[in-house]
Design a protein around this ligand. Structure first.
Ligand SMILES: O=C[C@H](O)COP(=O)(O)O
Length: 309
């Protein structure tokens, strides 16, 4: 996965929503959308943007085979795993080995998702071992991190509209501060030269009706990039946003979008999106991919069955 300058990246985790046959049919429908795209669309897409797909563990191997046999050239879809143990082998009944994941073609490992922390008691220290295990096995770690507390002004649309720039800056600083101590631990065991992806997922925006505001996301991403444990890395550190993300969001996060006011514009604070529910329809997933790739002019064609995308 090359990332210099940083390639955009967008993907989906199906969490535990789909049956095995739904996962197969989801991938099938998504790949047919890609196959309906013109060679120039596919070529432009693959030249700028990485796409990943993270099914459940049971369907990972069959998904990898489906992706490798039916993805139209020159697109490559990066298969990922939702979790793994930190040891490569041993007496760990029921666990998934990162070495075996690498062996079957998995190239991305999701680590430290808020649901793993809240429901299964995972900690920063455990996640740091998994980050190390992924990199050791040549798998790119996709490290989820985000603040727990929702800024008070998200309580209602009117409170959000009335929030002052100072309140918003304070919320951005608080979120980045909370993530700073987590990231220190999460990145403590991985080679600074390894390529990683950070998924900024405010816990309060996961499973919600709406994503966090663009100004909040861009502001936090900029601050995270400046944290010493991130800024000092020599490997690529891409940042994707997750938490009720879907079509229409990335344009607001990209340079020239509606990101945080009053700060020096960075070329690209957020490198892409990490989708959940709002990618359950393969067409919505493909529309979002096109938007992340800066090809929003193609989005209207996705709904029309008889037009080439
Ligand atoms: O893994 C993806 C994120 O947790 C976002 O999920 P969501 O878009 O369904 O809120």
């Amino acid at each position: 996965m090359s990332a210099s300058p940083r390639r955009r990246i967008v993907g989906v985790s199906t969490k535990m929503y789909f049956s095995a046959s739904q996962t197969a049919s989801y991938i099938n429908t998504f790949l047919s959308l890609l196959r309906r795209s013109s060679p120039s669309t596919l070529s432009a897409l693959s030249s700028t943007t990485d796409i990943f797909l993270i099914p459940d563990h049971i369907t990972l191997v069959s998904s990898i085979s489906q992706l490798s046999s039916s993805t139209p050239s020159p697109i490559t879809i990066i298969p990922g795993s939702q979790d793994a143990h930190h040891a490569d082998s041993g007496a760990y009944t029921g666990e998934v080995s990162p070495r075996v994941l690498a062996e079957v073609g998995c190239r991305l490992l999701e680590i430290n998702h808020a649901e793993r922390r809240r429901l299964f008691g995972e900690t920063d220290a455990l996640a740091s071992l998994k980050v190390e295990a992924a990199a050791r096995n040549g798998i790119t770690p996709l490290i989820c991190v985000g603040e727990i507390t929702r800024p008070a002004y998200y309580s209602s649309p009117s409170a959000l509209a009335a929030a002052s720039p100072a309140e918003k800056r304070q919320a951005v600083a608080a979120a980045a501060g909370e993530m700073s101590s987590q990231l220190e631990v999460l990145l403590s065991r991985v080679d600074p030269a390894a390529d990683i992806i950070l998924a900024y997922e405010p816990v309060w925006a996961i499973g919600a009706a709406e994503p966090a505001g663009a100004d909040h996301v861009v502001g936090v991403a900029r601050r995270v990039r400046r944290l010493p444990c991130v800024a000092s890395r020599s490997g690529s550190t891409r940042i994707v946003y997750g938490g009720s993300a879907g079509p229409g969001l990335y344009a607001k996060l990209a340079p020239g979008g509606s990101g945080e006011e009053g700060e020096e514009e960075e070329a690209q604070a957020v490198d892409g999106l990490f989708l959940g529910r709002f990618a359950h329809d393969p067409k919505q997933f493909y529309k979002t991919i096109l938007e992340v790739a800066g090809m929003g002019d193609k989005v209207d064609r996705v709904d029309s069955e008889d037009r080439e995308i």
